[in-house]
Design a protein around this ligand. Structure first.
Ligand SMILES: [Mg+2]
Length: 226
């Protein structure tokens, strides 16, 4: 237990569909950008490109990983191309109660997103909540042995917890994607339960958000709570 009045708990917050409604603000543009990218740089038709985008998402948890593995795509090039998103800031929607909920949460708060850093910073600026987080861990930071290892990679999660010097039981992942929740539980973190009972893999549980996490924390005893 913390002895200085500050909790030693660590909160890892996903970004898209956790801190904001990405389905509205960004996903249509990102998905269209991925298909455009595959058409332009792999030289296939649009239907085939859309098919590849979905296949790699299902197989690897991220379209980018399939493009790197099978087509030698350079991650930084792909991420820049697919996340340009003109007008993004005008579409980002938050909730005014999120700031109050973030303030109530004890311990360190860190963004952990499979999105690129430049995009995550734009979303956080638009939401006006970036200042409430201690760090931003983006997909560019999830490299091990020269390869990208984004969520739900359990080796990346273990390395992150070690770097943060936090025991898994004192760490909480707030996240909408079930595969990522399962990976976090597999390394021993202490997470809010997903909505409903065991929906199929690759589906999301909605938008847990900061307020849901704060409510869960208020009724939960977790190792490391102040
Ligand atoms: Mg998400």
């Amino acid at each position: 237990m913390a002895t200085d009045g500050r909790s030693s708990a660590v909160w890892l917050f996903d970004l898209d569909n956790t801190l904001h409604d990405a389905t509205h603000a960004a996903m249509p543009g990102i998905n269209a950008g991925m298909t455009d990218y595959i058409v332009e740089f792999l030289g296939v038709g649009r239907d085939e490109a859309d098919h590849l985008r979905r296949v790699y998402w299902r197989r690897y948890g991220a379209t980018l990983l399939g493009l790197v593995r099978h087509h030698g795509v350079r991650p930084s090039h792909f991420l820049h191309y697919t996340h340009r998103l003109p007008g993004l800031e005008a579409r980002v929607r938050g909730h005014p109660h999120d700031v109050a909920a973030l303030r109530r949460l004890p311990g360190r708060k860190i963004i952990l997103t499979n999105a690129p850093r430049a995009y995550a910073e734009r979303v956080l600026d638009a939401l006006g909540i970036g200042g409430w987080f201690d760090a931003l861990v983006s997909v560019e930071d999830m490299r091990m042995f020269g390869q990208l290892r984004p969520k739900p990679d359990t080796r990346m999660l273990r390395r992150l917890l070690a770097a943060l010097r936090v025991r898994p039981a004192a760490c909480v992942l707030v996240e909408d994607t079930l595969e990522h929740q399962k990976a976090a539980r597999a390394v021993g973190t202490n997470n809010p339960p997903g909505r409903g009972a065991e929906p199929p893999p690759r589906k999301t549980t909605g938008k847990p958000g900061v307020r849901r996490a704060a409510a869960w924390a208020a009724g939960t005893r977790c190792e490391g709570w102040a």
